[in-house]
Ligand binder design. Sequence first.
Ligand code: FE2
Ligand code: FE2
Length: 459
Amino acid sequence: MDRRDFLRTTLLGGVAASSTLVESLAAARDTGADDLPVAPLPRPVEKLPELSSPRDTLFLTWQRDPCTTITIQWLSPTDTPVVIRYAPLTPALKSSSAASLLGKAIDAGTRSDTFEVPAASWQTATSRCHLFGRTDLKVHRCELTGLKPGGEYVFQLGQHWGLYRFRTMPAKANDLFTFVSGGDCGIGPPAIASNHTAARQDPAFVLIAGDLGYDNGVSAATAITFIKNYSSQMVDSQGRLIPLITTIGNHEVRGGYKGQRSDATYYLPLFDGLYRDTTYNVLDFGDYLSLVLLDTGHVSPIDGEQTDWLEKVLKQRQECPHLVVAYHVPAYPSVRTPQGLGSRLGTGELQRRYWCPLLERYGVDAVLEHHDHVFKRTHPLKDGLRDRYGLAYLGDGSWGKLRVPASPEQRPYLARVSRTYHLTVHRLEGEQRFHVALTESGKVADVYTTTGKRPARRG
Ligand SMILES: [Fe+2]
Ligand SMILES: [Fe+2]
């Protein structure tokens, strides 16, 4: 009996959902099978991680322009709204009583600096909450707006005496800044090692494009553990919380593909601030960086409305200095088979048919792919063939998961490939982009650079 038969038998046999079944389901899906049956599962019987304070799951994300907003989120057993105090931070002055108080209270950082926050600078906002999937927990969310670009802020949650710091993105990309991307994390030691390596880069934010904790839409404990890890580990060298942007992957959704929004049981309650109406969206950073975040068929079909939307969004942004597209299932896979068989589509076939021509036509500067669990970089490609003016696809999602890749001889579009945990540091500096792949321990696996816009877009 193979793993899939075992799973089918178990589910048909009506065994109640348990953490064992949840683990079996997760393990089976991790083999790469894309067509596992969706079985009706009762509410899982899981022991959830303990949440003793908002700090356990506190993280930052965005719903709108990261130059002027931030969204603060955490999980809580209570639905009582929480008042958040926040203020711009002025470093260095160490004398006032407020300053020394703040200096002592900043619990996330590694520095013991003190700060001055004039009493009149404090503002307040209040969290709203909604249910966290099929649990009794609530997602608390509070968006701060009207912030100063390129600023640094401090905030405090209600009566909880923790004070936390964050920065807003600059209004213009004059200065160098970095962000980190990756996918396919999980909650095990490799993912934790990659988290620490990512945080050490002091990125402005982290983008995880699918397969976060591997909750499969059924395991609240997994989703909570992923957020707990992120919350405690993704703090930069100055003690600032590093915001998290995500896209949806198959392991966020019951059944993996062709799901409903309700099948993204634990993902959408956390990230539907950005994905309120659709499971794809674009996040514009001022006028210098746009992240186009797509759904590779997990809830929204690739063709049709999403493709029409993609063309419109890319066309409007083709002059953007840094136009980056991220999604989960690769157009140019390094492990799974790109060719279909009979009526069965090959991996990435719809992306290559509907999306790649648009990415190549409208001046996209970097494409981030995941799902196949290796490090890979393609040659610059145009219509699937090597072309010096083409577009390289960076991937393939191995923040915390690994598989054995095909070779460049087997897949001529691959320029580099290896069975290596990795994350990518994107350093944007004026017209230049450096894409540096780091292993989970911080060794450089690859450096790829691009400058300005590709000539292909002028055609
Ligand atoms: Fe994955
Ligand atoms: Fe995946």
